[in-house]
Design a protein around this ligand. Sequence first.
Ligand SMILES: C[S@@+](CC[C@H](N)C(=O)[O-])C[C@H]1O[C@@H](n2cnc3c(N)ncnc32)[C@H](O)[C@@H]1O
Length: 278
Amino acid sequence: MKKVKDDGLLIDSAGCWAERKYDLIDQYANMFATSMKNRWDNRIYIDLFSSSGYAQIRGTDNIVMTSPLIAADVRNKFDKYIFCDCDPVKIDSLKRRVTRDFPEIIADYVIGDINDSVNEVLKKLPKFSSDFTGLTFCLVDPYKLDNLSFETILSLSKYRIDFMILIPSFMDINRNEKNYIKEDSNLVSKFLDTRNWRELWEETKNNGMTFGTFFVKLFNQRMESAGFLKLYDNEFVLIRNPENKSPLYHLAFYSKSELGKKFWNNAIKGTSNQIELF
Ligand SMILES: C[S@@+](CC[C@H](N)C(=O)[O-])C[C@H]1O[C@@H](n2cnc3c(N)ncnc32)[C@H](O)[C@@H]1O
């Protein structure tokens, strides 16, 4: 983790388990930005749920860089960064940090619910062509199901893009199963863009699978049908609370290219002393 000092701007708070997520983002973003430098004319980083760039690890004095600043800090900078968040105060703190500490990067900011403002993100992408190629790495780090609609992923998928996605499988989906399976809840349908999941869950639930794991498997199928390479069980990273070992969320990665998957698997290996797979 990249430690920083309190700078008087807004600081989020994160559980100690976030360390693994930050290490993986760091490893993957560095690998992507460096290896793709000479293969593509333009490399873009999009953070759909950026937040402020700093977080204090709960129960400690440690303040660390979070996803947008970890990406800004890579050795070979991306050609462009697009940072999004619905909270204007968080974006304001992030913008001040980026301007102060990474004045050399080209950064755009999108404030608003990403599911309503994804077209604004698309407009900020350069116009790619066979003479000017571009590849995007998009980090998707929502708190809960409600934050993301699959439509947003599909809109971005019209471009050459790799996604690293946090699926809140246990901290939200499994924990709130009772609410999500209610007939009048459309949040699972919205996140997965599929309506027949209730019947599939009825068929599956007696096999001993948790709702959270069922959801991850269905999400994997949805990404595959959107044209991405499916992840095998040993390519998901399961993050647990180190104190009581309870599972919290899955980190997943989707690319249309085998090379992208190779980088992901290398990033997993590079941090594997801390990591549990599916
Ligand atoms: C889990 S935090 C992101 C943490 C950050 N990526 C990190 O590395 O620690 C989720 C962020 O998403 C924002 N958010 C939640 N729902 C959103 C939505 N629908 N559109 C845009 N931002 C949203 C919240 O304000 C919050 O800052």
